[in-house]
Ligand binder design. Structure first.
Ligand SMILES: Cc1cc2nc3c(=O)[nH]c(=O)nc-3n(C[C@H](O)[C@H](O)[C@H](O)COP(=O)(O)OP(=O)(O)OC[C@H]3O[C@@H](n4cnc5c(N)ncnc54)[C@H](O)[C@@H]3O)c2cc1C
Length: 234
């Protein structure tokens, strides 16, 4: 018996039935749970509307003339509802993957745990804050010998071009192994940039791989070259 659908829960009974198990699903509230109905998706659509208003008001900074900008809250809510309906219908990989550990364990296909995994987070403020791994303080508490790379977003060409220069990138490196222990990116699409660093951490790449990588010019990702190259100047 699966109690509650949540993100991937509605797929679980189907997968169990396909594997020859008897399964039933009980949902006492909204199909698909909090995330798509009243949590992750609706709040981010509202943030996107707020950002659109903010950008429209900044038009003059980019040489674009706009009239007075106002927000139509009813239209904002309708957009939110439409997006949540679409997101709720989708059988996205994200939704399926959220039930993967349960499915794998219940079907006896392995023992999957979320323990000891690199768990990042993003705060959807403006600009975004993306965080992964150890902070400088946590590394110090573990008596690790570290090097710290920092770069203001104002030093990233893409950030300059788009007028999004608030914030910084920071990474903590193990001085002995050269591996990246953690990172924080406060800046436009900070969560996305942090995720590039997370992938490097998952692959246990030395920071030099990021310093010397060829990234498309001019992307925000190119800032990672400068961030990690700054260690050479220390
Ligand atoms: C405003 C807000 C914003 C958020 N933003 C993000 C975000 O950006 N990123 C992120 O990762 N997370 C975000 N979250 C958190 C995310 O929504 C939750 O972590 C996630 O929904 C938890 O999933 P769950 O399956 O544990 O529970 P739920 O999504 O709550 O699902 C549980 C389901 O079980 C049902 N249920 C409960 N009890 C019973 C019962 N006795 N009988 C039958 N059915 C029952 C409920 O109706 C519900 O459908 C946000 C949450 C909120 C509130």
């Amino acid at each position: 018996m699966v109690i509650g659908t949540s993100q991937g829960g509605r797929f679980l009974p189907i997968d169990l039935a396909k594997a020859g198990r008897k399964a039933a699903l009980v949902e006492g509230g909204h199909l698909d749970g909090v995330c798509v109905n009243s949590g992750c998706t609706p709040t981010k659509t509202m943030v996107a509307s707020a950002r659109a208003a903010h950008q429209a008001r900044r038009g003059a900074e980019y040489g674009v003339r706009t009239g007075p900008v106002s927000v139509d809250l009813a239209a904002v809510r309708e957009r939110k509802r439409a997006i949540c309906r679409t997101a709720g219908r989708g059988r996205s990989a994200r939704r399926r993957s959220s039930s993967t550990p349960l499915r794998t364990n219940l079907l006896g296909r392995g023992k999957v745990s979320t323990r000891d995994r690199l768990v990042p987070y993003t705060v959807f403020i403006d600009p975004q804050l993306g965080r992964v791994g150890m902070t400088e303080r946590q590394a110090a508490e573990q008596n690790r010998s570290v090097r710290v790379a920092k770069l203001p977003m104002s030093a990233v060409i893409r950030a300059l071009e788009t007028g999004e220069t608030r914030g910084f990138m920071k990474a903590v490196i193990d001085a002995d192994t050269q591996q990246i222990l953690g990172a924080a990116v406060l800046g436009v699409e900070g969560g996305e940039i942090m995720t590039i660093i997370q992938v490097a951490m998952l692959g246990e790449l030395p920071y030099t791989a990021m310093a010397n990588a060829v990234f498309t010019h001019p992307l925000l990702a190119e800032g990672l070259n400068s961030l990690f190259m700054s260690l050479d100047a220390q």
